[in-house]
Design a protein around this ligand. Structure first.
Ligand code: NAD
Length: 374
């Protein structure tokens, strides 16, 4: 039908290596369910990246795939990395695929939710009372800061010793655009943003604080804004993590704090992420959604990987790129219900629960969606 073709959602699906294809298969079942039961229409292109692309084309990602990513409404990525390619030079490693996609699409804001499902409250190394109900969103700037600033390098001094240099650099516009993403997100959540830097010892942190304060006053006065030093934030996240809603921070602190936050939930196989680029003239923005875990080569091909992080990444795609809040909520609720029912993949297994493989977990989530739809 013409109308369906016109409104079909264009997705680029890149399963990648290791467990990527296994867990992506379960997302495809969720997509089929949305098409048959919710009337959504997807126009899906699938391609190879990482080790799979090296094997077929001799490079970790082709320009053609980057072009397809630009043409899509969103990219759903699995994971890349395969020990088979450990011997190749850095520029040919499978992992280059994801780095290049982020760089070429200008993906500057990484969104990492750290949410604790009630059924998994015991999986955290922190006390259940501290993490129960935890739902944090960390927004990390990913293309600026100390990882990319100049001057950088290792130089040899006249006395023969060496000096390593990296430079933390942020411009007003880089801070403004990531702050807007954070404030926008907060409006869809509990309306609170905590901006994190080290303005006590870093000029870049001072500018960060000034610019975030300015964007807040001019564009988002309805959102509650607080500021925190990065070292205190790390401490508060372990002491009382539920005080946070959205945290916005630069590349380096975001790298550390998002790993810290994800471990509050205790399970790598459960955590999705999104990376967003700048809004274009047509109102759309490039976006890539992927689990935070890697390709898990140690368990690849065994049918035991947890598909939930990949499925929740797809739920984020529905929420942020397509504004399909209802469907995203349904998927998150279905995951929660399945966990409540006692099903567990090996990585989140605990005493008295029923251990299942990748496909049984995926099927259970689709069955739960069916129940929620009725
Ligand atoms: P990893 O996340 O792949 O695995 C760490 C541990 O967690 C392993 O024991 C693995 O079995 C387990 N695990 C991860 N995801 C799981 C899931 N869904 N279900 C059950 N268990 C799961 O990290 P690693 O072992 O350090 O890296 C493996 C490869 O992945 C490397 O080549 C690395 O470069 C790559 N990697 C890629 C990405 C990405 O594609 N964005 C991210 C991280 C690592």
């Amino acid at each position: 039908m013409m109308t369906e073709q016109n409104t079909a959602i264009k997705l680029l699906v890149l399963p990648g290596d290791g467990i990527g294809p296994e867990i992506m298969r379960e997302v495809r079942h969720v997509i089929s369910w949305l098409e048959s039961r919710r009337g959504l229409s997807f126009d899906i292109t699938e391609d190879v990246v990482g080790g799979a692309s090296l094997a077929e084309y001799g490079e970790p990602i082709r320009d053609e795939v980057i072009e397809k990513a630009w043409a899509a409404d969103a990219v759903l990525f699995g994971s890349v990395g395969d020990p088979k390619w450990a011997h190749v030079g850095f520029e040919k490693r499978p992992e280059v695929a994801i780095l290049k996609l982020r760089q070429e699409l200008g993906l500057f804001a990484n969104l990492r939710p750290a949410k604790v499902f009630d059924a998994l409250v015991d999986a955290s190394t922190l006390k259940p009372d501290v993490v129960r109900g935890l739902d944090i969103m960390i927004v990390r700037e990913t293309v600026g800061g100390i990882y990319f600033g100049n001057p950088r390098g290792i130089e040899t001094l006249p006395d023969g010793s060496k000096r390593g240099v990296n430079t933390e650099v942020y411009t007003t516009s880089e801070i403004e655009r990531v702050a807007r993403v954070a404030f926008d997100l907060a409006r869809k959540r509990s309306n609170r943003v905590c901006s994190v830097e080290k303005c006590n010892v870093m000029e870049s942190g001072l500018l960060w604080k000034e610019v975030v304060t300015d964007v807040h006053a001019k564009e988002f006065p309805d959102v509650e804004l607080s500021h925190m030093l990065a070292d205190n934030c790390a401490m508060q996240m372990v002491r009382n993590p539920r005080q946070f809603d959205v945290i916005v921070t630069g590349n380096l602190f975001g790298d550390l704090l998002s790993d810290l936050a994800s471990m509050l939930t205790g399970s790598l196989g459960m955590l999705p992420s999104a990376t967003l680029g700048a809004v274009r003239e047509n109102g759309k923005f490039p976006a890539l959604y992927e689990p935070i875990h890697g390709s898990a080569p140690d368990i690849a091909g065994q049918g035991i990987a947890n598909p939930i992080a990949q499925i929740l990444s797809f739920a984020m795609l529905l929420r942020y790129s397509l504004n399909k809040q209802e469907e995203a909520n349904m998927i998150e609720q279905a995951v929660s219900n399945v966990l409540e029912s006692g099903l567990r993949t090996a990585d989140i297994m605990s005493e008295g629960m029923a251990r299942v493989g990748t496909s049984v977990m995926g099927e259970a989530i689709v069955r739960e969606l069916d129940k929620l739809q009725k």
